[in-house]
Design a protein around this ligand. Sequence first.
Ligand code: FE2
Length: 366
Amino acid sequence: MFPLTKGKFTAQAHVALPAGTYEEEHGRKGFFGRSAHLYHAHPPTAWIRFEGKLRPHCFDLNRLDPTDRTEAGGAPLAFLGNPDVKLSVSRRQTPMPFYFRNADGDELIFVHRGEGVVETDFGPLEFEKGDYLVLPRAVTYRMVPRTTDNFFLIIESKGEFEPPEKGLLGQHALYDPSVILTPEPAPLLDDHREWEVRIRCDGEFSSVWYPFNPLDVVGWKGDLTAWKLRMRDIRPVMSHRAHLPPSAHTTFVTPGAVVCSFLPRPLEQDPEAQRVPFFHRNTDYDEFIFYHDGDFFSRDNIRAGMATLHPRGIHHGPHPKALAGQKAKTHTGEYAVMLDGLNPIQVLPAGEQVEWQDYWKSWSGQ
Ligand SMILES: [Fe+2]
């Protein structure tokens, strides 16, 4: 019975669209499941009005002011979340004067700006711009930045962050498991100050004090540890003949969410192939993108440190200028982190305060 074909269509998705049409991918399970391609006479983002809660969102996260920016004892600020994942920003300028242990979830910290070291039970991990730090639930850690203008995007999940299944691509695609960095034990045995370990459990903070540095692990073994992946070690896949879906850029999977990394790469060379992302309406996921660096050519008026949230049920796709100018582009120069959430992602009060209210109008002029 499937696939059905009706009316005007193209046999190969994203290639040689019927003249005057705008292709939309209507798909299930992100980009893995059943799908249909719809050939519209108008861009599905050419709306003129919205009513109700549902709309595309854009946030200038540079304007968030977490308490850890000015207070050594401060904390990151959450701006989006759902029962599975919570997204926060830390702007910590100075080393944490305490250790932290998150008993509520695993943390994936993306270093947007800054460098330093994160001390963990397993040993220290150096970090710099573009690093992903994975800190499993209840690992004791302390951020020790060497720079003062720092910006960390923190993704907290109820479940573990794991590498994706590479499937047909083979295990060395996207990133070779050997590029993953794990800490060496470095016990701080000569540090006999009184140290606080601040623990968050069920949303509440408690503290426990020791008369010595609690990072006293002299050795460890097992298959659970803190680890690091550098964005620059990711080698994206592409097809020169047909645009690949975002799922081809998956970096981490966690229950309730998938995290992808978009990196500079050549665009499709086939003259009939689309070179911009196709329109879609996110049937099963809410889609968050954090713009890290480079040239965000498929979006107008987006700068580094900004983020978008496209909820399920409503379309998004390339802005008119990107759609019109795609033939002139040979490469994409953007670095971005995407999170697809399985359950609806709510905008928290801090997010509302830094929202660009007219973002939904940015597709006008089509
Ligand atoms: Fe999307």
